[in-house]
Design a protein around this ligand. Structure first.
Ligand SMILES: [Zn+2]
Length: 249
């Protein structure tokens, strides 16, 4: 029986920060505090003791609340990608692929998922939770700012290997805005109708990996209709062409 409960905290315009609660110990991990105010308020309201802070990548809308959270929580360890050394000033622990952390009875697995930024980590809890920053969004994926399309393809493909039931806690509520592009790529995909009927208003997060695999074109490079839309067949090329077209959509 998992001891984990996840609390989603809306911050800024459309960002999410998260608290991962160990319901037995009443401790929590703070994930990507974009701003400290709402995160500290949630910690207080839930009566939790923060014991770790996890960042996924160095963008301001994922780390700007670090100092304010640490002011209240004291000197708890701050984890992030080894590649973000110097880019996230508060980091105390520098992670690489395969590193393990323990929280709430889960052996957390660190995945390196570069592409959106050249260093970006995701945190996978085998009880079925993935904290993925700006890697994946509903119907889409993060923009490729610092890495290559090939990097981003490999990162997304890595996450696609996780169990279908995995819940994806991403950094933004973009799902409904992304739907139109996905439907344009695959107008005849019947799973689009089913999903649109059941998902009519935010919040749509956590996403479910199995549902994304049915409707998110960035996880469907192997599907003939998606290949036909892009005019490519090689997976990384299908992926890259989708990303370029979405950027101009
Ligand atoms: Zn970002």
């Amino acid at each position: 029986m998992s001891r984990i409960a996840v609390h989603r905290i809306p911050v800024l315009q459309d960002n999410y920060s998260y608290l991962i609660e160990d319901t037995q110990e009443k401790t929590c991990v703070v994930v990507d505090p974009a701003e400290a105010g709402p995160v500290n308020a949630a910690i207080e309201q839930l009566g939790l003791k923060p014991v770790m802070l996890w960042n996924t990548h160095h963008h301001a809308d994922h780390i700007d609340g670090n100092p304010g959270v640490l002011d209240r929580a004291g000197s708890i360890p701050v984890y992030g990608s080894a590649g973000d050394r110097g880019r996230i000033p508060q980091l105390t622990h520098f992670l690489q692929a395969g590193d393990g952390l323990e929280f709430g009875g889960d052996m957390v697995r660190v995945l390196e998922v570069p592409g959106h930024t050249r260093s970006h980590v995701a945190y996978y809890l085998p009880s079925g939770h993935l904290f993925s920053g700006d890697l994946l969004f509903g119907y889409s994926c993060g923009k490729v700012f610092e890495g290559s399309m090939e990097d981003m393809y490999r990162s997304v493909a890595q996450v696609a290997q996780l169990p279908d039931e995995t819940l994806i806690y991403c950094g933004h509520e973009y799902t409904l805005n992304n739907r139109c592009f996905a439907e344009t790529v695959e107008p005849d995909n019947p799973d689009h109708k089913t999903r649109a009927a059941s998902e009519t208003a935010p919040p749509t997060v956590p996403l479910q990996l199995g549902q994304e695999k049915k409707t998110n074109p960035f996880l469907r490079w192997h599907v003939p209709a998606v290949q036909a839309f892009t005019g490519k067949t090689e997976p990384a090329e299908v992926f890259g062409e989708l990303r370029r077209r979405k950027d101009n959509f």
